[in-house]
Ligand binder design. Sequence first.
Ligand SMILES: [Zn+2]
Length: 154
Amino acid sequence: MYFKIRKIQDYLINRKSLLRKNEVFYLQILHYMKLLKGTKINSILEGSCPVCQNESMYFEKNPYKLKETLKMKERCGSCNTKYKIEPSFFYGAMYVSYPVGIMFASATFILSYLIFGIGLIPTYCIIVFVMIFSLPIILRISRNIWINFFMSYK
Ligand SMILES: [Zn+2]
């Protein structure tokens, strides 16, 4: 994680005047993620190995490369933990994806209907759109939560 931050810092210094707001935002997120290292929240948000949290469980970091969304490594390259404890282990993640989906939908509802005061029907459409668009993230977060039920950081 530290090296990641260094890399981004160097990158920002090189670009000086071209510094964009979202890059600073990303840097801040990385900073807070560093504080979370060792907690299950870190592993769940990052999709990192639940035992050592040193590397991603997925081949592709970006969940929106849809062919790669659910492709996971067999073992952790850092601590050799086997992710798939038993055959079809990750089917259990389906049970998790339901409450995670509801959380996304509720957050959208609160933002759209209660905070921004957008009407009920447009809010419904926004929720449908958000649910479709966030599906890759929901799928991954569900898997990450599921595996974190069974394994802990050492
Ligand atoms: Zn590991």
